[in-house]
Design a protein around this ligand. Sequence first.
Ligand code: HEC
Ligand code: HEC
Ligand code: HEC
Ligand code: HEC
Length: 196
Amino acid sequence: MTRIGSRVLCGAAALALACMVTTARAQEKKPEHKYVGVDKCAMCHKSEAKGNQFAHWQKSAHAKAFATLAGPKALEIAKAKGMTKPPQESPECLKCHVTGYGKAAELFDPAFKKEMGVQCESCHGPGSDYKDMKLMKDQKAAVAAGLVMPDETVCTGCHNKESPSFVAFDFKKAQAAIAHPNPQKAAAAPAPAAPK
Ligand code: HEC
Ligand code: HEC
Ligand code: HEC
Ligand code: HEC
């Protein structure tokens, strides 16, 4: 019944657009994961015993990435490029200096603040669906819900020649500079086999 109905609908030229819309909706995948913002992650990632990832991030350049766009160096770059809008309002700067730039407005939690710069979710993926305690404790489940355990390609999405101040990117060094390991995990990892 429905199938015939839909064919009739599609056949009617006047309703072709409605048909296309209906088909597109049916093909839509699950809703996309949303950006919740660093404050949400911080609620559970502030414990010293587990490495206080929030404190590490807060001290990093990433936390200041939006603020940097209002500084003298940024204004100089903007002037040299002949930009008409301030860097903090320019897509050509924001795309790497905030989290999730260019994503649809409905993909951001109301509490999300772009002012927080390059946040956890710039590297770990939007967290609305993996941030539940139960999923977080199970890496496979968390990854299935959108968690990214980032490799070099995530970094070079921003650390590349398109950056007006680009300096050669050394992944090992850069990763060491932003490291925020959980010491409990390091301790739990199997020790390398000792010779007998
Ligand atoms: C409700 C608490 C909670 C929230 C909110 C939360 N996490 Fe977690 N997260 C955990 C727990 C618990 C673990 C397991 C390790 C541990 O005990 O610290 C974990 C593990 C992780 C891991 C390591 C996964 C692995 O298997 O090695 C990453 C990465 C991570 N969280 C990122 C985030 C990010 C990014 C956010 C915000 C979008 C976030 N978390 C929000 C509780 C939380
Ligand atoms: C969304 C874009 C983005 C991603 C993804 C990103 N970064 Fe950055 N990173 C920046 C920006 C922007 C700055 C400069 C911030 C400032 O100075 O205000 C920066 C600065 C840094 C710095 C300090 C300055 C420097 O170049 O030495 C390090 C270290 C760094 N990033 C490492 C990494 C690593 C490692 C990864 C991947 C695991 C990564 N970044 C992913 C945008 C990004
Ligand atoms: C392709 C990503 C990308 C774009 C686009 C981008 N930046 Fe950056 N920006 C970075 C990264 C990554 C860094 C860290 C240093 C580096 O490797 O360039 C950075 C660092 C900076 C710094 C700090 C430099 C220093 O020496 O302290 C300033 C200022 C800056 N960017 C301004 C801007 C302005 C202004 C724009 C827009 C005209 C812009 N950026 C566009 C990625 C980008
Ligand atoms: C610039 C990119 C970047 C940002 C920003 C970032 N992380 Fe990470 N994070 C990484 C990388 C790279 C790893 C190591 C991945 C691996 O081991 O495979 C990691 C690992 C982790 C781990 C696992 C630690 C362990 O030893 O098991 C946790 C938990 C975590 N991040 C939480 C966070 C939280 C919370 C924030 C924000 C406060 C954050 N990260 C911000 C890149 C980032």
